[in-house]
Write a protein that binds this ligand. Structure first.
Ligand code: ACO
Length: 371
C-alpha cells in the first residue's frame, strides 16, 4: 500500500456541484467571476441545490421559505445563554447549537429526499439566526428576530446589529456569501460527505463540517489574518513583521492553497472589495497593509493569497467582530455542504479508505505485573 499525505491529488468522488479545473472555479458550470458579479446569494443556493439558475417565481419561493424558517427554537436561545459566553468561540457555539437544533426537529432522522430538502432549508435559514443571536447574547443584548421582507444578506446584518443595514454593506456581504458558497471537495465538505455516507442525518453532517471549517488551516484562517493585521498595526511595520515570519518559517495566514498554485480566483474580488470598503470607512491602512504583505509573500515565497486573506479586511470594514469572520464563512458554506450532502445521499456508498500501518509489529501481550 502506498499513501498520499493529506490525500493530495486524490479524486475521492464524482460531483456536479462545483469544480476547480485549471484554476477556474465554477458552481454547476457557472464561472465564479460571473456569479460574483451578477448573482445574489439566494440564486446561488438554488443553483447549488438544483443544478440550474432559478426562474423568478422559484427564487421568490426559496426566499420566502428561507424567511419562514429562520426562527430558531427558544430553547436554543436559552441554551446559548447558558454557554460560558466569555470563553466560548462563536464557531464552537455554532457547532454546539446546530447539533442541538436536531433535537428540536421532528424530521431530523427522516431520510427521504423531500424531508432532507426541508431540513436543508431550515438549516440554511437558521444558521445565520444562531450566529447573530449568539453574538448579541454575549454582548448582553436580546437576539433580533429575522424579518421576512429583507434579503438573506440584509437579514444577517439586521439580526447582527438590530438595524436595517445600508446597501453598500448588504452588497458586500451578499458578494462574500456568493464567493464562499462552495469549493469542490474542501476539508469541511469532505467531512460532511464522510459523515452522511454512513447514512447519518443532515444535522450530523453539518455539525461535523462546522468542526472542520473551524480550524485555522481552513476557514479559521480569516480571523487569523485579522489578528496578524492588528498585530502589525501600521503599513511601515509590514516589512519587518513579514521578514521575521518568513525567516522563522512561520506560516502567513491567508496564503497558499492545496489546489490553486496560480492563485485563488476568489481573492481578486475580495481584494477589490477591501480597497473600496476601507476607502469608504476612511481606514485604507488595512488594505494597504494587506497589499504590502501580498507583494512580499508572493514575491519571496511564490505563495498567493487565498479567499481568507482579503476577506479579513472586508469584514473588519463592515464593523464585524473578528471572531465572527469564520461563522460568516459557515453561513455561506452551509449552502455548499447541503448540496454535497444531498448529492451524497442520492448515490451513496460508505466512505472508508485504508491506512498504511507503520506501528510496531509482532507484539506479545505482557501481563501487568511484568511490565
Ligand atoms: N505561509 C508560509 N509558508 C507556507 C504557507 C503559508 N501560508 N503555506 C504553505 N507554505 C509552505 C509550507 O511551509 C511548505 O513549505 P516546505 O515545503 O518548505 O515545508 C510548502 O509551502 C507546502 O505547504 P503545505 O502546508 O504542505 O501545503 P498544503 O497543501 O498541505 O496546505 C494550506 C495548504 C493549508 C492552505 C497552507 O498553504 C496553509 O497552511 N496556509 C495558511 C492557512 C490558510 O490560509 N488556510 C486557508 C486556506 S483556504 C480555505 O481553506 C478556505
Amino acid at each position: 500500500m502506498s499513501t498520499t499525505r493529506g490525500l493530495e491529488g486524490i479524486v475521492a468522488t464524482t460531483s456536479s456541484v462545483s469544480s476547480i479545473i485549471d484554476g477556474v472555479l465554477t458552481y454547476q458550470g457557472y464561472n465564479i467571476d460571473d456569479l460574483a458579479d451578477n448573482a445574489s446569494f439566494e440564486e446561488v443556493i438554488f443553483l447549488l441545490w438544483n443544478g440550474r439558475l432559478p426562474k423568478q417565481d422559484e427564487l421568490s419561493q426559496l426566499t420566502q421559505e428561507l424567511a419562514n424558517n429562520s426562527q430558531i427554537p427558544q430553547a436554543i436561545i436559552d441554551q446559548m445563554k447558558q454557554y460560558p459566553i466569555d470563553k466560548v468561540h462563536p464557531m464552537a457555539a455554532l457547532r454546539s447549537a446546530v447539533s442541538s437544533l436536531a433535537l428540536f426537529d421532528e424530521e431530523a432522522d427522516v431520510m427521504d429526499e423531500e424531508a432532507n430538502r426541508r431540513k436543508a432549508i431550515r438549516l440554511q435559514a437558521q444558521i445565520p439566526t444562531i450566529v447573530t443571536a449568539f453574538s448579541r447574547i454575549r454582548e448582553g443584548k436580546e437576539p433580533v428576530s429575522p424579518r421576512s421582507d429583507l434579503s438573506f444578506a440584509a437579514n444577517f446584518l439586521y439580526m447582527l446589529n438590530g438595524e436595517v443595514p445600508d446597501q453598500i454593506a448588504v452588497d458586500a456581504i451578499d458578494k462574500a456569501l456568493v464567493l464562499h458558497a462552495d469549493h469542490e471537495l474542501n476539508a469541511s465538505t469532505f467531512t460532511a460527505r464522510v459523515c452522511v455516507a454512513t447514512l447519518s442525518d443532515v444535522y450530523s453532517g453539518i455539525t461535523a463540517a462546522i468542526g472542520a471549517l473551524k480550524g485555522p488551516l481552513h476557514g479559521g484562517a480569516n480571523e487569523a489574518v485579522m489578528k496578524m493585521l492588528t498585530e502589525i498595526g501600521e503599513v511601515e511595520n509590514v516589512e519587518g513583521y513579514i521578514r521575521n515570519a518568513l525567516d522563522n518559517k512561520v506560516k502567513i495566514m491567508g496564503f497558499g492553497h492545496r489546489v490553486y498554485k496560480d492563485g485563488d480566483p476568489r481573492a481578486k474580488h475580495l481584494r477589490e472589495m477591501s480597497k473600496r470598503l476601507t476607502t469608504i470607512t476612511g481606514e485604507p491602512k488595512w488594505y494597504e497593509m494587506s497589499v504590502k504583505i501580498d507583494d512580499m509573500v508572493t514575491g519571496e515565497k511564490g505563495l498567493l493569497p487565498n479567499v481568507d486573506f482579503y476577506s479579513a479586511s472586508v469584514y473588519h470594514s463592515l464593523g464585524i467582530k473578528h471572531d465572527l469572520f469564520t461563522p460568516i464563512f459557515a453561513v455561506s458554506r452551509t449552502s455548499g455542504w447541503l448540496a454535497h450532502i444531498l448529492e451524497q445521499y442520492s448515490d451513496n456508498r460508505l466512505i472508508r479508505p485504508r491506512a498504511e500501518y507503520v506501528g510496531p509489529d509482532k507484539q506479545v501481550y505482557i501481563p501487568m505485573e511484568q511490565r
